[in-house]
Design a protein around this ligand. Sequence first.
Ligand code: GLN
Length: 541
Amino acid sequence: MPAYIFVSGGVLSGLGKGIVTASVGRILISRGYKVTSIKIDPYLNYDAGTLRPTEHGEVFVTEDGGETDEDLGHYERFLGINLTKNHNITTGKIYQRVIEKERRGEYLGKTVEAIPHVTNEIKDWIRKIGESEKVDFVLVEIGGTVGEYQNELYYRAARMMKTEGESVLFVHVVYLPIPKHLREMKTKPAQQSVELLGKFGIIPDFIVTRAEREIDEIRKEKLAVMCNIRKEDIISAPDIELTYEVPIYFEKQKLGEKILQKLNLPSKHSDLKEWENRVFALKNSNEVVKIAIVGKYFDSGEFELPDSYVSVIEAVKHACAEVKAKPIIERINSKDFEKDESRVEILKNFDGVIVPGGFGASGVEGKIKAIEFARKNNIPFLGLCYGFQLSVVEFARNVCGLEKANTTEVDERTPHPVVDLLPWQKELLKEKKYGATMRLGGQVVKIKKGTLAFKLYQKEEVIERFRHRYEVNPAYLEILEKNGLVFSGFSKKEENIVQIGELKDHRFFLGTQFHPEFTSKFLKPSPIFVGFIKACLGRLK
Ligand code: GLN
């Protein structure tokens, strides 16, 4: 029977519960245990597919085509495993199941209620994952903070699992503010959030204290007394440079051993060597590589959001750790290049340019400017999904002389629809079917020998993850190829669907219809990103 570790949050959202969860997983894996992880999102959307990135952060895509919360990306990158759509529970999914059961008459004339029917559904879902995957640990992160009405049933379900005899631990992540005018670290909001947990009968086994700085002894003692917990079970998690350091940090505080002790499990030898080597390389390498990400999902009101391209940013770091270089990543808003074209010159200061995925017309002309600049100035370029499609538009316009060429996503009446809807997408859009109807998830890509793509993968077939409705229009393949664009990857299943495009006489110019950032792991980076970073450093032979 697996053990279940629930990770909850208090005081603030956005504390990095996902990283805490993933780091707990990594330290257990480093001790030879088998781990899986679930994210609970208490909203009513069925999945994250129809949520705007500036609203919810990046939409992560699992191999089975789930459009999930970005925390699943953290889990996959830290744990080195592939998860599925079932590893992201939403209230929408739970209620749908309950209502379907009710319609099928499965509740035998009973009044269907939040407790026990909804909580049962939650427990069943979590247990099914633990049992079917034959793991030692299931980590379950409850989204939001304790005290919100939305996630109450999940806390209750977690508590019930413990009452019902399951091995369950609770890790509560809190924030300790240091208000400027007081210059003292305050624990009261954390104490109150632990009290809120108590309302559900939960006393945390561990409290992880997020703060600008390390928690000191005095405050540790206070928190321990007030929250009914041993001092040594308060784990410090101050702000640090790299999220990949967190497991190392936790192990220094013997968190692995303490978890295993509480569950009466053998404390095996912990092997974080390879992990530590990569962290060291990222922090201390002498060679620096400067990457520009030219996108558009950056702003929310007066604030800049760090999360819209998190998988891309992490994939760059993974590749840098592999080749021992220190990344400097800057996010540039493509709309800047539309206001003033000369601003694109700023890309001269970078070793490489990435144009990531996206949707809709805004910011597109700025991205095309950036692609043109990278192509003409021999700056390594990586186009991901929309970034790839727009590189084809740029090439069609400026090299093939197809004036006003475009993607029909932006201009339905373009004389040269070099990027157009996949045929079966046309039907879906007519019926206004937007949820989970893109070409989604892992697909086999055939790689052409003798190309840059083949050099990077060293394989004739790879599985990569997709999320799109449009594709390079097969009617234009001939003219694009004649002018020098090389198509080096095709769909295995469907004929003539281009998955990778590249240029020959360039330091590195490659675009993928898929998202290699979604398969990149800290210990196993994406070959596409590794090749790109090597090219940026002038090391790709
Ligand atoms: N908007 C484009 C499409 O639907 C690209 C999608 C993406 O970048 N993920 O095909």
